[in-house]
Structure formats: structure tokens, C-alpha cells
Design a protein around this ligand. Structure first.
Ligand SMILES: Nc1ncnc2c1ncn2[C@@H]1O[C@H](COP(=O)(O)OP(=O)(O)OP(=O)(O)O)[C@@H](O)[C@H]1O
Ligand SMILES: [Mg+2]
Length: 360
């Protein structure tokens, strides 16, 4: 599978490489976020390795990458939680290294782990934060009412947080992160671990919030479908490096071939893969085992017709056939050389509890 060493970017999507901080976008509006050759090292290991990008005001910017890619580390540096080893991050015009307090005033942060207090009610969780952030008493109640409405938790305001489902608790934490009206909102995997219905609810809610207030959003996710649906631009991060950055359409267009054909055959001759490669429009063929082939093509309908004809002529049986448009999964494979999901599966390890009488 192809791995393109060159970072894919286009048009206004160019990363901030060489940018000199706010105003680097032609002297117009300062960017909400400027990250310039940022590095985070733990000993000799670079968790984030020379990453540069900028996020415009009111943009929804996605950081996409497998476990351990460096997404949370990037967020932690941008939100003043850990020091930067090298490079610079400027948030709403404030340098995180020299003006951390100014940065904290303009940002809201939803960390990866759930952090609301389960022994407090929904409303209490919000009002404690409002007080911490010095939201004036007279506007506090109205701010909380509005946010509860936006995250659809009004009727749960007096419920103890421990009685909420995972999705509702996430929505509460999103409301809590917005209680001081930040201009820039960082969310680290807000939907991981949620069921599909709750995931969709969180994304709809974020879109709804965005339509009500001026907000720039930086969000990390494992889920390609979400990134595709919600983000204006997406940065793909892998092993601490930025490997591609653009809007979802341009990213998909950057992968050679616009359709993906998956076909399973029976009785294939030895040179079958070779013959598939020779069909019109085909840019790559991957043999996935059990006579299953994944074919990228620039012309889905023409290649499919040819494929069926070829199979009939060669006496090859066709067990299954599907044709789809290129997805962000294909983009990820193209730029990193592997599947995002495979990486996820590999990264989980299961430890059996020790059993009496058995030596480890
Ligand atoms: N405090 C630390 N000390 C040493 N290594 C660390 C530390 N924090 C993170 N790392 C390492 O840095 C790399 C990036 O971690 P990070 O948490 O940023 O990844 P991530 O993309 O957020 O992953 P996930 O999807 O699992 O949340 C990983 O290899 C991780 O083990
Ligand atoms: Mg993380």
C-alpha cells in the first residue's frame, strides 16, 4: 500500500510551517490557533515531532490518529497543561509559554477522561465551574439555563451525575467547558466509548452550539465518519508527526482513485491480481486473503463492468462485490500505510488475572 512521504495540503489549508505567529495569514484576522514546529519529548522519545498548523477563527478542526499518535499531547501543550520542548503555540494571540493565564481565560477544555463530580447534581457541576471562572452571579443562572438547554439536559438539572449515562455525562462536561463562554474549545475524544446513537447526539449538539455562539473547535477523534461529517479541516497525525492536512473532500480527492471495489472470487488463476491491475482506471490492487481483493479505481462503473467480463471469460466465480466512494479510512491508509482500526485493535492488550497455583 502506498505511503506518501509528502504532507498533503492545499489552498488555505497549508500548515503554519514558517508562520511567525498571529497575523501570518496575510495580516487579516489573527488565527485562533497557531502551532509552529512544536515538539514534545519524553527522554529521547518524541511524542510530538515538529508539528505545525493553524486554525482559523470559528473553524472546526479535527486531529485524527490512532492510539499513541500524539493527539492528547498536542492538546495538553496547546492548553498549557504540559510544557513544550521546542517550537511555539499561540492561542488567540497569546503564547502558551509566556502568557498561560491569558490562554486559560479564552479556552474551554474537555479532557479525554470524564472529570465531572459524580456526587454532585448536573447543575452543581456547572455552577462550581462558573464560580471558579468568576462568571458574575447575575449571569450565572442564565448561562447555565442556556447551556442545559443546548445539551438537552434541562430536565436532568437536579439529577445526581452518577445516575447519568456515559453520553449524558459527556454532554454535561461539554456544557461545563463552555460555562465561561470560551472562544476556543478543545475536546479530546468526546465520543470514544459512546454507543452510535449517543455519538451522533454529541456531534449534533456541537453543531447546534456552534450555530449559537462564536466558537473555534479543535477536536480529536478515532472515528473517520465523525471527522468527515463535522470538521472543516482534518489533520492526520501518526507517530507524533503531521502526515496530511486538508478539508475532508480534498483529502479524499488526494488519494489516487475515487472508488473502492471490494470483490471476492473463487477459482482464481495465479496471475489474477496482475490481471486486475491491468483494468481501466485501476490505481492499486490489494490482495486481502481468501481471494478477496480491494481495488482503487478512478472509474468505478467502468472497472466494475470490466471486472465482471474478465471473471466470466476466465471462468472465475464472483462471490461478492461492493463499490464505494473513497472514505477517510482510505485516506488514512494512503498516508500511513495501515488501517486505523487495525492499529486500534493491536493497541489493546488483555491481561488475564493471576490464578491461584499458577506461576506468572
Ligand atoms: N507522561 C508521559 N511520559 C512518557 N510518555 C508519554 C507520556 N504521555 C504520553 N506519552 C507517550 O506519548 C505518545 C503519545 O501519547 P498521546 O496520549 O498524546 O497519544 P494519543 O494520540 O492521545 O492516543 P490515544 O488515542 O490513545 O488517546 C504515546 O506513545 C504515549 O505513550
Ligand atoms: Mg489521547
Amino acid at each position: 500500500m502506498t505511503t506518501d512521504p509528502d504532507l498533503h495540503t492545499s489552498g488555505t489549508a497549508s500548515p503554519a510551517a514558517g508562520a511567525k505567529g498571529p497575523g501570518a495569514n496575510g495580516g487579516a484576522e489573527p488565527n485562533a490557533i497557531e502551532v509552529d514546529h512544536i515538539v514534545k519529548k519524553y527522554g529521547d522519545f518524541a511524542a510530538v515531532d515538529d508539528v505545525s498548523f493553524s486554525v482559523k477563527e470559528e473553524e472546526i478542526f479535527g486531529l485524527l490518529g490512532p492510539n499513541g499518535a500524539g493527539k492528547s499531547t498536542l492538546i495538553r501543550m496547546m492548553t498549557t497543561l504540559i510544557p513544550i520542548t521546542a517550537g511555539r503555540a499561540v492561542i488567540a494571540g497569546h503564547d502558551v509559554a509566556t502568557d498561560p493565564d491569558d490562554v486559560r481565560r479564552v479556552i474551554g477544555v474537555i479532557p479525554q477522561a470524564l472529570t465531572s463530580d459524580i456526587d454532585l447534581s448536573v447543575e452543581e457541576n456547572l455552577s462550581i465551574y462558573a464560580k471558579l471562572y468568576d462568571v458574575p452571579a447575575k449571569t450565572r443562572r442564565a448561562a447555565i439555563d442556556e447551556l442545559l438547554e443546548l445539551v438537552d439536559l434541562t430536565k436532568w438539572r437536579h439529577a445526581q451525575t452518577k445516575t447519568l449515562s456515559g453520553g449524558m455525562r459527556r454532554r454535561l462536561e461539554i456544557a461545563r467547558g463552555l460555562v465561561h463562554s470560551p472562544r476556543i474549545f478543545f475536546l479530546d475524544e468526546p465520543t470514544t466509548g459512546l454507543d452510535p446513537v449517543s455519538r451522533v447526539a454529541v456531534w449534533e449538539m456541537l453543531t447546534n452550539i456552534k450555530s449559537h455562539r462564536k466558537l473555534t473547535i479543535l477536536i480529536t477523534t478515532h472515528y473517520m465518519d465523525e471527522a468527515d461529517r463535522l470538521c472543516d479541516r482534518i489533520a492526520i497525525v501518526d507517530h507524533g508527526k503531521l502526515v496530511a492536512l486538508d478539508n475532508p473532500l480534498a483529502l479524499k480527492a488526494s488519494v489516487p482513485g475515487s472508488n473502492v471495489i471490494e470483490a471476492q472470487f473463487t477459482n482464481v488463476p495465479d496471475d489474477w491480481e496482475q490481471r486486475l491491475r491491468g483494468m481501466s482506471g485501476v490505481t492499486s490492487v490489494e490482495h486481502k486473503g481468501a481471494a478477496m481483493y480491494r481495488i482503487l479505481t478512478a472509474d468505478g462503473s467502468r472497472t466494475t463492468t470490466e471486472l465482471v467480463e474478465k471473471a466470466v471469460q476466465a471462468g472465475v466465480g464472483l462471490k461478492s462485490l461492493s463499490v464505494q466512494n473513497t472514505t477517510l479510512d482510505d485516506v488514512f491508509v494512503h498516508y500511513t500505510g495501515r488501517q486505523l482500526r487495525d492499529e486500534l485493535v493491536k493497541s489493546y492488550s488483555f491481561v488475564m488475572p493471576p490464578r491461584p497455583g499458577l506461576q506468572p
